[in-house]
Ligand binder design. Structure first.
Ligand code: ADP
Length: 228
């Protein structure tokens, strides 16, 4: 059993899910004039929805979680604020997944207050219903048990983060600080229950070396405690 529930999502599933989402929007007779992608997760679904719904206008807003220095908690912020006039437009705000719902709520409120669309509806490929603070107007899939969806557009970022966690946890629990790449791959598959192409492991390791989290000596990877 993997330690962390992860589902590897393939590109063809994204196309299927976006197609299904488009059909639901179409069946509701909502015809958006403009699609607004929440950066960064909403980009690919938003582009596909433009195609599947025949929408030409695509814009974006970046709403992102921000860890405060005191680490009291996390709050979402709008990263690059700008003002446009959407008074005459019906808009559709889209994200990949609504987990806590905080980023989408923040984006929605910002858009309603400053861009003032005639109407704004929310869509997501997935909606984690037990934890989300908001139910989108449209979703393709309701997720009833929390899981991490490893989307194809965050593969390297996720693999890097996952490897870092494995290395840190092993150091904290067993004081293990030296690894071969094969050991990392084995542990990765045990922890996360997914397999990814080798180039992701190689690049992830290079990123961790560049960040000063590990050091590479011959074929050994050494965790540099305290440098992270
Ligand atoms: P929200 O709950 O509004 O989506 P979060 O800050 O929880 O806000 O999520 C922001 C982004 O983080 C999501 O749009 C998605 O890209 C990513 N994310 C959050 N939860 C998951 C998850 N369970 N699986 C994959 N990606 C996720």
């Amino acid at each position: 059993m993997p330690k962390i529930p992860v589902k590897l999502v393939e590109w063809n599933e994204i196309v299927e899910w976006s197609w299904g989402l488009a059909r639901k929007i179409e069946e509701s007779n909502y015809v958006p004039d403009v699609i607004i992608a929440i950066a960064r997760g909403g980009y690919v679904p938003a582009r596909l929805l433009c195609d599947f719904l025949g929408v030409e206008n695509l814009i974006s807003i970046q709403s992102q979680h921000w860890t405060e220095a005191a680490k009291k908690g996390e709050r979402a912020i709008i990263k690059f604020e700008y003002v446009i006039n959407l008074e005459n437009a019906r808009a559709l705000l889209i994200d990949d997944i609504i987990d806590t719902g905080e980023s989408v709520i923040l984006a929605r409120d910002y858009i309603l207050n400053t861009w003032k669309p005639k109407e704004l509806r929310i869509a997501a490929l997935q909606w984690i219903s037990p934890v989300a603070k908001i139910k989108p107007d449209y979703y393709y899939m309701e997720v009833k048990e929390w899981i991490w969806f490893q989307y194809p557009w965050t593969r390297l970022e996720d693999v890097t983060q996952f490897i870092k966690r494995i290395i840190e946890a092993n150091y904290n629990e067993k004081k293990k600080s030296t690894w071969t790449l094969d050991e990392i791959v084995r542990e990765f598959e045990e922890w996360y229950g997914i397999q990814v192409d080798n180039r992701y492991f190689n690049s992830a390791v290079n990123i961790l070396v560049k960040k000063g989290i590990i050091k590479k000596i011959n074929n050994e990877l050494i965790y540099l405690l305290g440098k992270a």
